[in-house]
Design a protein around this ligand. Structure first.
Ligand code: SAH
Length: 248
């Protein structure tokens, strides 16, 4: 029988935002591997399993650890926040997995920050949208800039992941400046901090205001398209329905 590794998207953090399939995969696992922050977010009943972590930025080591544990005959689960296939470890696992042909990889999807954050703000991505990460750790900044320009050009609603970090305090400002070359300053935007975790905070603002907001690495940012609107404090990107008002 093949060894098998489950790569589990745990959603934004709260247990009730994990899928049944994700919880089941973790319940079946002998060993759960992940970044310490995510291991700590796991419900108490998983804390007595073998939990293994490697520090941030040691993603390759974390992947190899999974294959080694699976090779020992253990049921291994790798946890990622949100969805493992969206700025997560799924692709790297397949790449490293070339060296471990006896191990099968199974991906268990999770709710990504784009849709958990969207639910908090209202309906900001209810039409064509794109997702851009502002992290230039693995992507050169000029490519990020090109994608931001293309998103504005295509009038997409935009979701920004990784809008800030300790070393990259001004990236959101830089991204907004690029968008402001073609997008009006009044464009409705919003952002959500700590989605599905303690201290959830949501804000709605204009693109011009967003430029000067300070956000942290646990924040997801939303920029509306040209038809987006704030309705009762919620950020709404419309589908295009014509609504007939009922008059008395
Ligand atoms: N795989 C994850 C994304 C990892 S990249 C997913 O699918 O959601 C890390 C970025 O995701 C963060 O910088 C932030 O922009 C976003 N993010 C992840 N979890 C979040 C949360 N609970 N609240 C707000 N933003 C979050």
């Amino acid at each position: 029988m093949m060894n098998r590794i489950y790569i589990v998207g745990m959603g934004p953090g709260r247990e009730d935002m994990m899928t049944g399939e994700a919880l089941y995969a973790l319940e079946q696992a002998d060993v759960i591997i992940g970044y310490t922050v995510y291991l700590n977010l796991l419900p108490g009943r998983f804390q007595n399993k073998e939990l293994l972590s490697t520090p941030m930025r040691q993603e390759k080591e974390r992947c190899r650890m999974c294959f080694e544990k699976a090779g020992e005959g253990k049921r291994a689960a790798l946890i990622c926040s949100g969805d493992a296939g969206i700025y997560g470890m799924a692709s790297l696992m397949y790449e490293i997995g070339k060296e471990y042909p006896e191990t099968e990889i199974v991906i268990v999807p999770g709710i990504t920050a784009a849709n958990s954050g969207a639910a908090v703000l209202g309906a900001p991505i209810n039409h064509d949208f794109c997702v851009i990460s502002l992290s230039d750790l693995l992507t050169p900044w000029d490519k990020i800039e090109k994608r931001l320009k293309a998103a504005a050009e295509g009038d997409f609603a935009v979701v920004l992941y990784n809008p800030s970090s300790h070393k990259r305090k001004d990236y959101l400002m830089r991204a907004c400046d690029i968008l402001l070359n073609t997008v009006e300053g009044e464009r409705p935007c919003g952002y959500v901090e700590n989605i599905g975790r303690e201290g959830t905070k949501a804000e709605v603002c204009t693109l011009r205001e967003l430029r000067d907001r300070e956000v942290n690495m646990f924040t997801t940012v939303f920029i509306g398209n040209s038809g987006s609107e704030i309705i009762n404090g919620k950020l709404i990107t419309k589908r295009g329905y014509q609504i007939e008002r009922n008059h008395e």
